[in-house]
Ligand binder design. Structure first.
Ligand code: ADP
Ligand code: ZN
Ligand code: ZN
Length: 746
């Protein structure tokens, strides 16, 4: 259905205006535009790009002057209609501008109209040449002609210039005269193919599925056969072979003519998955959506999808927007991972967006994890999502034996706070003697410090909220980051009266040094943390060396807990299991549980049984006890009961409202004023908590305060708040932003 000439169209500007504007489409080019086309429009005095959003049907005679679209950058839509719907949903639900959504969804070089790269290939029209007298021609032309005469294939322009030192003007001249003809060849820029090759030894044969895997595959293919939207959780213990189930599901969807999206928390951490995928679906082109793709690579990946050349994408968060044709299946691996939540605008959660996207395309969304998020479990319990379970590791391998090391007793032994306990050090030594591998795991978040009593393990908590208080160095107070409650830092433990209160923190570097001192000299120790992640090659090399057995002990932060499969690891040490528990976040126990089960899952994946040592000051805390037994159900029951009692997520949505300003007085004044206004309105649908200073009170010179809204309906809450926000006279030096379904509260 093409538009008629001179019709009116709505165009969403890319560059400073937040809703579609009306333009006249009198563009009489060869290409006709459609929704999703990229065009240039006038906006004020500027000319900016915009996306054709819709054709206006019954238009009354406009009262204002309507401008023309200036030019068509690209008629082929940069957004499919399905993705345009998704953009509208994201901008509404996450309360962000359409422009911010489009920026996240469409790779910058595509938005800017960057074309695929092609090269000019030239060849000689030999028949034409025979009719001409070449002797009269200039020397440089002769040179080109005699060079081309010797070639059997068309030749790249660059090469001709190199060999004949002819200028492009000379060559173009010959082209004009018809003596030389040219063709274009598209060059594909594929990102680091070799990245995934060295882990390719893993699996190259078909495996016989276990009974549980077979059941799961049947359930999933039944879903897919219905060709209707559905979401299913694949809840499978670590090492139960979830990836194999994903692959079977993919094969089924592809065989039915559908496209597949495979989301992983971080592509760099999934080299094995990618290489297994490439091997399994070798005849298909698998697009890998890296976070560090170059502009050209991104355009080509994008184009190969738009042009139906590939229909499988594997990638992290932003790949949820990949324009996959006929999308039938979306897999979200490790769906509980926080890296799926984007922490700046648009603050979307890729798992939730995946579900919404599946809905718009009648696809199946398959969420997989050994430690599913409570949000997802709640949706299963409500009957919104289906569930398939894998309760056994493949080959009936045992889950590793988990030892809890009570650090309170370790502290007694040496009269100071130990970092590495005796039992863990002994276990490490034993692995070195036997030539087995170990991972030491430290969960460190730089900024937060809580008050921990080394004698009884008590952590100072807020009396209004079920979270720990945070020590603020600036004024020596303990503060609650949820409700704003504060009290002076106590000198004695309020539980056991001990004077020995400590504020704690130590880094991976220190652990690495300590281990080096304690273990035999020939032991090879490497560290993986945020610093190393920035050096891409170093990170890949380290992982690959570890896989090959060239490293004995790997020390790292939570990033090494994500889905890695190293068969030779028989020992995992968790240095500080309580850290996530002490965070000022009601999701702390959930994080602690997930983290412990996931790291433990890295041990004993090969033929030898695995062991895990968990150092803790709170050995009796529920998350640690349940994690020790890998008891997901037990943990979920207890934690959900607590969430229910406080009416926290997943029973209500949490929206965080952050205010920031260079002036502390202003930010405090305005957030108080705003809170008062919200409270006066007494919205039935919204429970307000706060305001309080944010955990990071000052960031980049900005003072930060926040308040929280708990609500059953994000849409209603945003409408009500939006209405009064429009009238609220906020100082231009104070900025505010909403984070819907907030995760990281920093
Ligand atoms: P998960 O993601 O559930 O932790 P993986 O999918 O990584 O587990 O599988 C763990 C290991 O088990 C992998 O090396 C995989 O190749 C292997 N595996 C999976 N399914 C089977 C099976 N049916 N028989 C034998 N090995 C299997
Ligand atoms: Zn509180
Ligand atoms: Zn105490």
């Amino acid at each position: 259905m093409g538009p008629t000439q001179d019709s009116l169209v709505q165009v969403q500007p890319l560059g400073g205006f937040d809703k579609p504007l009306t333009y006249r489409n009198n563009f009489r080019g060869t290409e006709s535009i459609e929704p999703g086309s990229l065009v240039t429009i006038p906006l004020g005095k500027r000319k900016i790009p915009g996306i054709v959003w819709a054709f206006e049907q019954n238009i009354a005679k406009p009262k204002f002057k309507i401008h023309n679209i200036l030019s068509v950058i690209q008629a082929t839509p940069v957004l499919t209609s399905e993705l345009m719907q998704l953009a509208s949903w994201i901008s509404r639900y996450y309360c962000c501008s359409m422009e911010a959504c489009l920026e996240a969804m469409i790779p910058a070089p595509v938005r800017e109209g960057m074309k695929s790269k092609s090269r000019r290939l030239l060849f000689l029209e030999k028949e034409k040449l025979a009719q001409m007298d070449i002797s009269t021609r200039a020397t440089s032309q002769k040179k080109i002609i005699s060079f081309l005469e010797k070639q059997s294939q068309p030749v790249n322009l660059k090469l001709i210039q190199e060999k004949t030192s002819a200028s492009s003007a000379t060559i173009n001249n010959l082209v004009k005269k018809g003596l030389i003809r040219e063709t274009q060849e598209r060059i594909e820029r594929v990102a680091y193919e070799d990245d995934f090759l060295d882990s390719a030894e893993s699996v190259d044969h078909r495996i016989e599925l276990t009974d549980e895997q077979k059941v799961a595959v049947t359930e999933i293919s039944t879903d897919l056969n219905k060709k209707a939207f559905h979401t299913r959780l694949l809840s499978g213990v670590t090492g139960s072979g979830k990836t194999e189930v994903y692959f079977e599901a993919m094969e089924f969807a592809l065989a039915g003519g559908g496209g597949v999206l495979f989301l992983v928390p971080e592509v760099a951490l999934a080299p094995q998955t990618v290489s297994r995928l490439r091997m399994r679906f070798g005849e298909e082109k698998v697009v890998v959506w890296h976070s560090h793709l170059s502009a050209g690579e991104r355009v080509d990946a994008w184009r190969s999808l738009i042009q139906n050349e590939s229909r499988i994408v594997v990638g992290a968060r932003s790949a949820v927007f990949a324009p996959i044709p006929k999308l039938r299946l979306i897999i979200v691996d490790e769906e509980h991972e926080t890296s799926y939540k984007q922490e700046d605008t648009p603050r979307y959660h890729a798992r939730d967006v995946a579900v919404v996207r599946a809905k718009t395309t009648d696809a199946l969304c398959l969420l997989g994890s050994a430690t599913p998020s409570l949000e997802t479990i709640n949706n299963v319990q409500k009957g919104k999502y289906g569930i398939s379970k894998l309760t056994q590791r493949v080959d009936n391998r045992e889950l590793p034996l988990v030892h809890l090391v009570d650090m309170r007793r370790e502290a007694d032994k040496i009269k100071t706070l130990p970092i590495l306990s005796q039992p863990l050090v002994e276990a490490l030594r034993e692995r070195c003697v036997n030539g087995e591998q170990s991972i030491l795991f430290l969960n460190r978040r730089g900024f937060n410090t809580t008050m921990l009593c080394p004698d009884c393990g008590h952590v100072e908590g807020c009396k209004h909220c079920s979270i720990a208080l945070t020590y603020h160095r600036t004024d020596g107070y303990l503060k609650c980051h949820l409700c704003g409650y504060r009290k002076p830092t106590p000198r004695r433990c309020s539980e056991c009266n001990s004077f020995d209160l400590h504020k704690r923190g130590h880094g991976t570097q220190k652990i690495e040094d300590l281990v080096a001192e304690l273990l035999p000299r020939r032991t090879i120790i490497r560290r993986i943390d945020a610093d190393i992640m920035t050096k891409k090659n170093l990170f890949r090399e380290t992982l690959s060396d570890f896989r090959k057995g060239k490293i004995d002990v790997l020390v790292g932060t939570q990033m090494i807990a994500k889905g890695l499969d190293f068969p030779k690891v028989t020992l995992v040490g968790v240095i500080d299991a309580d850290l996530p528990l002490r965070m000022e976040d009601f999701r702390a126990s959930e994080r602690a549980f997930q983290m412990l089960v996931q790291v433990s899952g890295r041990s004993g994946r090969g033929n030898r049984a695995g062991e895990v040592f968990v150092q803790t000051y709170a050995p009796h805390s529920p998350s640690i006890q349940y994690a020790r037994k890998a008891d997901l159900e037990g943990f979920v029951d207890e934690e959900l009961a607590m969430r229910k009692e406080f009416n926290y997520p997943p029973y209500r949505h949490l929206i965080r409202h952050l205010f920031r300003s260079r002036s502390e007085a202003k930010v405090e004044f305005y957030i108080n004023k705003w809170t008062k206004l919200v409270n006066e309105n007494n919205f039935e649908e919204i429970t307000v908590k706060g305001p309080a200073p944010a955990p990071i009170e000052k960031m980049n010179g900005y003072y930060r305060y926040h308040l929280f809204y708990f609500t059953c309906s994000v849409r209603t809450a945003l409408e009500k708040l939006g209405d009064i926000r429009k009238q609220f006279p906020l100082d231009p030096e104070v900025h505010d932003v909403l984070d819907v379904d907030a995760h990281q509260i920093s």
